[in-house]
Design a protein around this ligand. Structure first.
Ligand SMILES: [Fe+2]
Length: 329
């Protein structure tokens, strides 16, 4: 009996988990993507995981509402705005420096409160067989020019588009952002429901360009390699190339900080990083993994990305107000 208890203790010590320990994750990332990883984590560490799935913004609000009673140990969302809202409200623990040390600036919180788990870049999609590639706009601000009249798609109700508008407000100010939005409307920019329908609109010849996230096209190409749509960045540093993140942080009231840190480290390891780029065509955040070859290289991504503090993209309400004011919502 004594030996059995001892060997149990040894097993748990090896696994680094206390008996009965359960890590609670609030995940704005979908179950189909997350569940296989969670199972691998439990198999490797012996740490049981319970996941509450929901919308990224909705779960961040829930953590704020639950306050000190929140059962969440880890928040994992797919928008820097939600991570910023939690860190600014003092709801995320500062992470140990070694966890963030190897990551480029665009993939960490400046305050050290969360890590990116993958990157999601804004790109300009186009029809390579059409007239679209000429002249290639150097900036998203160029799309208000007469040359692009009626030829560009956007999705004003889409969360990724709205995060991009928030970043534009932060970097270029309210006035310039409003001027750009009104200029785009005046230039007959075509509104679509989401990223998917925008990519389809290019393939169908309805528009020549679309402001989308990088991974949609690759999902289409996985089933139809001949689809006549390509994508590229604007000039290096342009706000149109915003790299948003899926990312994770540890909730300040967590009683499982060690297990939570292990989970974050696990998300940064090579297997998990490869999984993100192979499964959903996002960018890996660590240089150990080469992204899907149809995505631009890691070095190009870092060069293209604008310099934006992802911790201050939390003002979605201000963006929604502006979009309503100009008549887009
Ligand atoms: Fe998306």
């Amino acid at each position: 009996m004594r030996t059995r208890v001892l060997s149990c203790l040894v097993l748990f010590a090896l696994a680094g988990a206390a008996p009965g320990q359960t890590l609670t994750i609030y995940s704005g990332r979908g179950e189909a993507l997350v569940q296989p990883l969670v199972e691998r984590f439990t198999a490797e560490t012996g740490i049981e995981v319970s996941v509450r799935y929901g919308g990224t913004a909705e779960l961040a609000v829930l953590i704020l509402e639950e306050g000190r009673a929140s059962p969440a140990d880890v928040f994992w969302g797919q928008d820097a705005g939600a991570l910023g809202a939690l860190s600014q409200a003092g709801r995320l623990l500062a992470l140990p420096a070694d966890l963030t040390a190897g990551l480029p600036g665009i993939f960490t919180s400046r305050g050290g409160f969360w890590i990116a788990t993958s990157g999601r870049a804004r790109v300009l999609a186009f029809n390579p067989a059409g007239s679209a590639p000429e002249p290639w706009p150097s900036s998203v601000f160029d799309l208000v020019d007469e040359t692009y009249r009626g030829r560009v798609a956007w999705a004003p109700t889409n969360g990724s588009f709205q995060a991009f508008v928030t970043a534009m407000r932060v970097v270029h100010g309210e006035d310039l952002t409003e001027t750009w939005l009104r200029g785009m409307i005046a230039n007959d920019t075509q509104a679509y429901r989401n990223n998917t329908t925008q990519v389809e609109a290019i393939a169908a010849g309805e528009v020549d360009y679309a402001l989308v996230n990088n991974y949609y096209l690759l999902r289409f190409l996985a089933s139809d390699p001949d689809l006549s749509v390509a994508q590229s960045f604007f000039d290096d540093g342009d706000i149109g190339n915003l790299v948003n993140v899926a990312g994770a942080g540890i909730v300040v009231t967590s009683g499982n900080v060690d297990a939570a840190q292990r989970f974050l480290r696990f998300l940064l390891d090579e297997q998990a990083q490869r999984y993100f780029t192979d499964e959903v065509f996002e960018y890996p955040v660590t240089t150990d993994v080469t992204p899907d070859p149809r995505l631009v290289s890691y070095g190009e991504l870092l060069a293209a990305s604008p310099d934006v503090d992802l911790d201050v993209l939390e003002d979605l309400e201000g963006t929604l107000e502006l979009l309503r004011e100009v008549g887009l919502l």
